[in-house]
Design a protein around this ligand. Structure first.
Ligand code: FE
Length: 238
């Protein structure tokens, strides 16, 4: 028997893993970054085979890591967490530099960055673990606190993306149907079935023109999930 709650008790940080190959850049949000040796400093990262950046790392033999701070913007999380480098240029509107290994590192909302050269790959079926020797790195902001995965879930009300090694499926039970709702019930919250973002009508989505107090049903159909970009039809009542 496995109690799924055990998985939620394991702690992680939140990072952007970046890659470059053939003149293209890629990057994605990851929680599975860990220092694995100290005499020669090495890091392991785990990447979905579905991520465009994973192929870049495998072919170039290089990856970089940015350590995100605890007040990282939702925009940056959305950009690197819920879009594909195959479809969008994730570096278009964020601050980054090119490290000595010619791979970009995100400096926006970051405490520090790490540069690595791949030494080993471990095939995990759905994912690849890359073990890399640290070849460089710098502090960007030594006063900020790193974001933890727990904080990420609490703050952004977000689930692990489908490609994350810690993805737990989409098993949130639906709330009662409209026919069961009483007139006195407060306006319902809706959850994005893709990323887990929760629309709370009491808060609205002021950044995107939806005033607090707006029922989900009254949001224009052109509105999209502020986290992952899907439309209203991908939300369900909770
Ligand atoms: Fe979403």
């Amino acid at each position: 028997m496995i109690d799924i709650n055990v998985l939620n008790a394991v702690t992680y940080g939140v990072y952007v893993i970046t890659a470059a190959n053939n003149g293209k850049y890629g990057g994605f949000i990851a929680n599975t970054v860990m220092q694995v040796t100290a005499d020669t400093v090495k890091f392991s990262v785990v990447c979905s085979k579905n991520n465009a950046s994973t192929t870049m790392i495998a072919e170039s033999g290089k990856f970089n890591v940015s350590i995100l701070h605890s007040y990282t913007s939702q925009t940056l999380i959305s950009n690197f967490g819920y879009h594909s480098s195959r479809e969008v240029n994730k570096f278009e509107n964020i601050k980054y530099i090119i490290a000595p290994n010619d791979v970009p590192v995100v400096t926006e909302d970051s405490i520090a960055w790490i540069e690595c050269e791949v030494e080993e790959q471990v095939d995990l079926c759905s994912h690849i673990m890359f073990i890399g020797k640290m070849t460089g790195g710098e502090m960007i902001n030594d006063k900020a606190k790193p974001m933890t995965y727990d904080y990420y879930h609490d703050t952004f009300k977000a689930k692990s993306p489908k490609n994350a090694p810690t993805y737990q499926g989409n098993d949130t039970p639906s709330a009662k149907s409209d026919s069961q709702a009483k007139p006195s019930d407060p306006p319902a919250k809706y959850e994005c079935t893709v990323c887990g973002y929760i629309y709370d009508p009491l808060q609205g989505d002021p950044d995107n023109g939806i005033a607090p107090g707006t029922r989900f049903e009254d949001i224009p159909d052109t509105w999209t999930c502020p986290m992952c970009g899907v439309g209203k039809s991908d939300f369900r009542k909770i």
